[in-house]
Write a protein that binds this ligand. Structure first.
Ligand code: ARG
Length: 471
C-alpha cells in the first residue's frame, strides 16, 4: 500500500484562496488522514456516484457533466484497484484525493460534484457504508460460528461433563448443554448486531457541513439507491453522530468477552490436569525450547485481543464525550478504531469457528469426571424432599452423608442402603437410581435445564431461528 502513497513535496500545498500561506508540512503530516482513510475509497466513490446521479435527477447537474463525472469516478475506482492511483498526503484525506483526481481527469465538471455536499456529511456517509458492509460480514461470521456449535452439540449429545461453580465440581451437565450456553451468548451478540444495524442504516448526505443545504436535494432517492432504510432527521446530529460506531464497538466487545470466556475454558480444558478437550493440532503451536509442548495460541490470542476491542469502545466513547455540536476534527480519530474493530472481530470469530469445528471432547475423561458421586449430592437431597423431608433438613442430612463418605474414603455412590439408613429411615433401594449421573442429568427437564430432551429441543429451535438470520 505504501508504495502508492506520494510523500508531501517540500513546498506544501495551499488549501484555498482563504489562505495566504501553504500549510506547514508538520501540520499537514499531523492532520492528514489519507494514510489510513484511503481504505474508504470504494465507499467514497459509490457515495459520490449516487450523489451525482441525484444532482442530475433534480436538475442541478447537466447530463453531460453527470456523464463525465460518472465516467471519471469509475476510472478512478479502476485506477485505485489496479494500484495505479497515487494518494497524496498534500490532499489531506481520501475525499479530497479523489476529488482532485476527478478534476484533473475531467476538468471543471469535476468541480460540480461537491455541490450541496460537505466533507462532513460525505465522511459520515462513507463511514456508515463501511460499517454496514462489515457489520454484515461480522453477523454472517457469528451465524457460522453458531452453526459450528450446534453441529458439535448434536454430534456429542448425551456426553456428560462436570458442571462447575467457583471452578469446583458442582453437578453433571451435558457437554452439549455447555456448548449451548455459548450459543445463547452468541444469539444475544447476533441480535445486538441486528439491532445496531437498524440505527446504522440511515443516510446522512444532505446534512451539508452542519445545517443542511440550500439546494433541493432528493435525499430519499440517494438513500434508496444506496440501500439505506431511511434518511437521518437532523443535520447537526447527522454530521457529528458516531453512536453507530460505539454500538458496534459495544456489541463487538461483548462478543469478544464471550469468546474470551470460551478461550479461557478451552485453555483450561486442554491442560494435562483437565484433559477434557482436544483442540485440532493444526490450530496449536509448539515451543521453541520444550519439545513436549502443544500450546493453545489461538484461544490465548482471542483472549488477548479482547482487551484491544474493549479499548476501542472506551476510545470511541472518550472521543465523543466532550464534542460540541456539530462536526469537529476529533472525529477523524474514529477511523482507525473502526477499521481495527472489524479487522480484529471478523477474523477472530472465523478462527474460533474453524478451530471449534475440529475440537473434540475427551469423552472418557469428561464422563469419568462427571460420574463423581459427590456431584449427585443435590440429587440425593432432592430424593429425600420427594419423600417428604423438607429441603433444609434434607440438605443437612445429605451434608452429613457426604462427610461420612469422605471420612470412609468412599464415593457417595458406594455407600450401602444400610449406611444411608443410619442418616434417614426414609431411604429405599430406588435411591440408587437417582444417584446415576445420566439419570440426574435427564431429571432436569425444567425449561433451560440440562436434560437431553431439553437440550435437543433447544438445538432445534436455534437451528430454525438461524435459517432466517441475515442482514
Ligand atoms: N478526514 C475528515 C474526517 O475523517 C473528513 C471530514 C473533514 N471535514 C472538515 N471539516 N475538515 O473526519
Amino acid at each position: 500500500m505504501a508504495k502508492t502513497m506520494k510523500k508531501q513535496p517540500l513546498k506544501s500545498a495551499k488549501w484555498s484562496g482563504r489562505f495566504a500561506q501553504g500549510i506547514d508540512p508538520r501540520a499537514l503530516a499531523y492532520t492528514q488522514s489519507v494514510s489510513f482513510d484511503r481504505r474508504l475509497y470504494r465507499y467514497d466513490i459509490v457515495g459520490s456516484l449516487v450523489h451525482a446521479k441525484m444532482l442530475r435527477k433534480v436538475g442541478i447537474l447537466k447530463a453531460e457533466d453527470y456523464k463525465k463525472i460518472a465516467r471519471g469516478l469509475n476510472a478512478i475506482l479502476q485506477d485505485i484497484e489496479a494500484g495505479r492511483f497515487e494518494f497524496q498526503e498534500a490532499y489531506e484525506d481520501v475525499h479530497l484525493n479523489i476529488e482532485k483526481a476527478l478534476i484533473a481527469k475531467i476538468g471543471p465538471a469535476g468541480g460540480r460534484l461537491h455541490t450541496a455536499r460537505s466533507r462532513n456529511d460525505q465522511v459520515a456517509l462513507d463511514v456508515r457504508l463501511y460499517c454496514r458492509d462489515h457489520v454484515r460480514q461480522l453477523h454472517a461470521a457469528v451465524v457460522d460460528l453458531e452453526k459450528v456449535f450446534l453441529k458439535k452439540a448434536r454430534e456429542f449429545l448425551g456426553v456428560t461433563i462436570p458442571g462447575y461453580t467457583h471452578l469446583q465440581r458442582a453437578q453433571p451437565v451435558l457437554f452439549s448443554h455447555h456448548l449451548m450456553a455459548y450459543v445463547e451468548m452468541f444469539e444475544r451478540d447476533r441480535t445486538r448486531l441486528e439491532d445496531a444495524y437498524r440505527r446504522l442504516n440511515l443516510m446522512p448526505l444532505g446534512s451539508g457541513a452542519l445545517a443542511g443545504t440550500t439546494f433541493p436535494l432528493d435525499r430519499e432517492f440517494v438513500a434508496k439507491e444506496l440501500g439505506f432504510a431511511g434518511v437521518t432527521r437532523n443535520s447537526l446530529d447527522a454530521v457529528s453522530d458516531r453512536d453507530f460506531a460505539v454500538e458496534i464497538a459495544a456489541a463487538g466487545s461483548l462478543l469478544m468477552v464471550h469468546l474470551s470466556r470460551l478461550s479461557e475454558e478451552l485453555i483450561l480444558w486442554s491442560t494435562t490436569e483437565f484433559d477434557f478437550i482436544k483442540l485440532p493440532e493444526s490450530f496449536c503451536t509448539g515451543s521453541s525450547m520444550m519439545p513436549q509442548k502443544m500450546n493453545p495460541d489461538v484461544p490465548e490470542l482471542v483472549r488477548g485481543k479482547t482487551g484491544r476491542v474493549v479499548g476501542h469502545l472506551t476510545g470511541l466513547l472518550m472521543l465523543i464525550k466532550g464534542l460540541p455540536l456539530a462536526y469537529n476534527k476529533d472525529l477523524q480519530e474514529d477511523k482507525e478504531a473502526i477499521f481495527d474493530l472489524f479487522d480484529t472481530l471478523v477474523p477472530t470469530v472465523r478462527i474460533v469457528a474453524a478451530m471449534m469445528s475440529g475440537a473434540r471432547p475427551n469423552v472418557a475423561k469428561t464422563e469419568k469426571a462427571a460420574s463423581d458421586g459427590f456431584l449427585m449430592a443435590t440429587d440425593l437431597a432432592d430424593w429425600l424432599v420427594r419423600h417428604g423431608v423438607d429441603f433444609r433438613t434434607s440438605h443437612e442430612i445429605t451434608a452429613k452423608i457426604v462427610r461420612s463418605a469422605l471420612e470412609k474414603g468412599k464415593d457417595l455412590k458406594e455407600l450401602t442402603l444400610n449406611e444411608l439408613k443410619t442418616f434417614s429411615p426414609k431411604f429405599t433401594p430406588d435411591v440408587f437410581r437417582a444417584l446415576e449421573t445420566k439419570a440426574g442429568v435427564n431429571h432436569r427437564k425444567v425449561t433451560g435445564g440440562t436434560a437431553q430432551a431439553n437440550v435437543a429441543r433447544e438445538i432445534k429451535s436455534v437451528e430454525a431461528r438461524l435459517k432466517n438470520a441475515s442482514l
